[in-house]
Design a binder for this molecule. Structure first.
Ligand SMILES: Nc1ncnc2c1ncn2[C@@H]1O[C@H](COP(=O)(O)OP(=O)(O)OP(=O)(O)O)[C@@H](O)[C@H]1O
Ligand SMILES: [Mg+2]
Length: 269
C-alpha cells in the first residue's frame, strides 16, 4: 500500500491555537506513550483546532472523520468496490491512518453505529491491530498511529453513550470555553477585530453561558463569537451582527432571545 500519499495529510502551516492550560504538554506525553485520546467539551470550544495544532506540532499526518448515525464499520475500515476490472479493495480512512501512521480523529464518535466500536477496540489496546474481516487481513498499526475521538458530553442519549469498555481505552481531556481575556485574544487573532469589541463579544458569550440550564441547552460558542466579529468586520453594526451570529442560531425561545438582545444593546450602547 505504498501508493498512499502521506504528504497530503500533513498540515504545513501552524494552525493557531491558544492553550487553555497545560494540554499541549499532556497531549505530547499521551502521544509518546501511544495512548488513544478522547477530547470532551461543548461545541465550538477549540477541540478540533487543538488536534490540528497537535498534529502539526508533532509533524504527523491528520485524518479527520466526521461520524454520523449512518456510518458503519465499513465506512471506516474499507470495502470492495466493483469496477471494470472486477473487484478492488479500497481502504477506509481508519485503515489508511493505521497504515501510514496518522493521527485519526473521529469527530462525534457517539453518532456512529455500535459496530464501529468493534473495530476500534483492538486498535486502542495493547494489540494495536486492525482486522479487515472482509479482506482477511490483519494490520499492525504503524508506530506513529494514534486514535483520537471527540465527544460532546450531555448531548447524547443514554442509548448512544459509549460503553465503559470503549471509554476505558482512552485518556481524556476536558475542554471548555477559554477565560475572558484569552477568549478575546482568540477572537482578535482569528478575525483582526480590536480588543475592546472582542471583550464585548466575550461578555455577551458569558451572559448566554449563564443561561445554560435556565432555558438554553448550550451557551454561545467561541466559534459564534468569531462569526460575529467577522460580520462586524464586514461593516455590519455590532448589535445586528450579534443578533444574527449569537442569538438567532441558538434559540427560538422568545424570552431568552429578548434577554440576550437586551444584553447586546446594553453592552454595545
Ligand atoms: N483555544 C483556541 N485557539 C484558537 N482558536 C480557537 C480556540 N478555541 C476556539 N477557537 C476558535 O473557535 C472555532 C471553533 O473551534 P473548533 O472547531 O476547534 O471547535 P470544536 O470544539 O471542535 O467544536 P465541535 O464540537 O462543534 O466540533 C475555531 O475555528 C477557532 O476560530
Ligand atoms: Mg470539532
Amino acid at each position: 500500500m505504498s501508493t498512499i500519499d502521506k504528504d497530503q495529510y500533513i498540515i504545513k502551516e501552524e494552525p493557531y491555537y491558544s492553550p487553555l492550560e497545560d494540554e499541549i504538554e499532556l497531549y505530547e506525553a499521551a502521544y509518546k506513550a501511544k495512548l488513544p485520546v478522547m477530547v470532551k467539551g461543548p461545541t465550538g470550544c477549540g477541540k478540533s483546532r487543538f488536534i490540528e495544532h497537535m498534529a502539526w506540532k508533532l509533524g504527523k499526518p491528520l485524518i479527520t472523520v466526521a461520524c454520523n448515525e449512518d456510518m458503519t464499520a465499513s465506512d471506516l475500515v474499507g470495502r470492495y468496490l466493483l469496477d471494470a476490472d472486477g473487484t478492488r479493495w479500497l481502504d477506509g480512512p481508519l485503515t489508511t491512518a493505521a497504515r501510514i501512521g496518522a493521527i485519526c480523529y473521529l469527530d462525534e464518535v457517539v453518532e456512529a453505529r455500535q459496530d464501529t466500536t468493534v473495530v476500534i477496540h483492538p486498535l486502542t489496546d495493547h494489540r494495536r491491530t486492525l482486522p479487515l474481516d472482509k479482506k482477511g487481513e490483519l494490520i499492525d498499526a504503524h508506530p506513529d498511529f494514534q486514535l483520537v475521538i471527540s465527544y460532546n458530553p450531555g448531548y447524547q442519549s443514554l442509548m448512544k453513550d459509549l460503553k465503559q469498555s470503549t471509554k476505558q481505552r482512552f485518556v481524556g481531556f476536558d475542554f471548555d470555553y477559554a477565560t475572558a481575556q484569552v477568549e478575546a485574544d482568540i477572537v482578535c487573532k482569528e478575525t483582526g477585530i480590536d480588543n475592546e469589541n472582542a471583550l464585548k463579544l466575550v461578555k455577551i458569550g458569558e451572559t448566554a453561558r449563564n443561561l445554560k440550564g435556565h432555558g438554553l441547552d448550550e451557551g454561545i460558542s467561541t466559534r459564534l463569537l468569531v462569526y460575529a466579529a467577522n460580520l462586524i468586520n464586514q461593516g455590519i453594526a455590532p448589535t445586528k451582527a450579534c443578533r444574527m451570529a449569537l442569538v438567532r442560531p441558538i434559540t427560538d425561545d422568545a424570552d431568552i432571545r429578548g434577554t440576550l438582545d437586551h444584553a447586546i444593546d446594553a453592552i454595545f450602547a
